[in-house]
Design a binder for this molecule. Structure first.
Ligand SMILES: Nc1ncnc2c1ncn2[C@@H]1O[C@H](COP(=O)(O)OP(=O)(O)OP(=O)(O)O)[C@@H](O)[C@H]1O
Ligand SMILES: C[C@H](N)[C@H](N)CCCCCC(=O)O
Ligand SMILES: [Mg+2]
Length: 233
């Protein structure tokens, strides 16, 4: 059983959008995939409990049909920093909680467990100095960095990659996600990232004006095949 952690240069950069494409692509390659969104913030209340859009997307794009509570075990209603949401309801998060939820999703025995982070790499999970990245370190999970292509992404991408490397994790590569169709100097920014980031670009995801129709959005590279046929098969 392999796992991969999908991080991003920030919140709202397309981690879920790209994760869905990755799951769909891997399903087509015959992998039994499962999505895992350990912590979500920004949920609606339903008769069955809180539901988060990201988790629902991952759940429906996974080949394995998993229970919602296992796909998204920690859910907060307000769309705010999760550790603040947790403190607000007096239910502080811990690394131990995250670990036991991870053990649960591993029971499904997927070929690949795709874990979507929340926010960016150094997301606090409580006020005791613990971060979501500590969970990734604890489990030595390889990381894919989604770069939301917008002004400011060069700095965010380089700092995030540096932090992942400082944490001595394997950043198997990054994915450029074109967040809009009109970013000035898009190609030049892409070239700068290719030059400056010391990890391979695995794919480029084009802006898709019909995001629900995801079939042709992802242009993968040879590095993508090497990463997914090598590290994750
Ligand atoms: N390539 C794309 N083409 C069109 N729309 C996109 C693309 N990538 C992302 N979006 C849209 O941008 C928004 C943010 O994307 P997404 O929800 O995947 O970000 P995220 O990084 O997962 O955010 P969060 O931190 O909340 O988990 C969504 O509405 C999504 O549909
Ligand atoms: C609500 C939002 N869409 C995400 N789910 C949570 C983003 C938290 C970011 C925290 C921070 O780094 O400031
Ligand atoms: Mg998301």
């Amino acid at each position: 059983m392999k796992s991969v952690f999908i991080s991003g240069t920030d919140t709202d950069v397309g981690k879920t959008f790209v994760s869905r494409l990755l799951l769909q692509k891997l399903n087509k390659r015959g992998k039994r995939t499962i999505g895992f969104k350990p912590i979500s913030a920004g949920c609606i209340e339903t008769a069955d409990g809180l539901r988060n859009d990201d988790a629902l997307i991952l759940q429906s794009a996974s080949l394995i049909d998993a229970e919602y509570q296992h796909v998204n075990p920690i859910a907060f209603k307000p769309a705010i920093a999760p550790h603040i949401a947790a403190e607000e309801i007096n239910q502080p998060l811990s690394l131990g909680d995250l670990q036991s939820h991870y053990e649960q999703i591993k029971q499904y025995n997927a070929d690949l467990t795709l874990i979507e982070g929340a926010g960016g790499w150094r997301l606090p999970i409580n006020n005791r100095g613990q971060f979501l990245s500590d969970f990734v370190i604890q489990n030595q999970i390889p990381v894919i960095l989604v770069v939301g292509m917008r002004l400011g992404c060069l700095n965010h991408a380089l700092l995030t990659h540096q932090a992942i490397e400082n944490d001595q994790l394997d950043c198997v590569g990054w994915i450029a996600n074109q967040l809009s169709c009109d970013m000035p100097y898009y190609e030049e920014n892409l070239a700068a990232l290719n030059k400056l980031l010391p990890a391979p670009m695995l794919a480029e995801v084009k802006f898709n004006s019909k995001p629900e129709n995801t079939e042709s959005s992802m242009l993968s590279t040879d590095a993508f095949d090497i990463a997914f046929d090598g590290s994750f098969s």
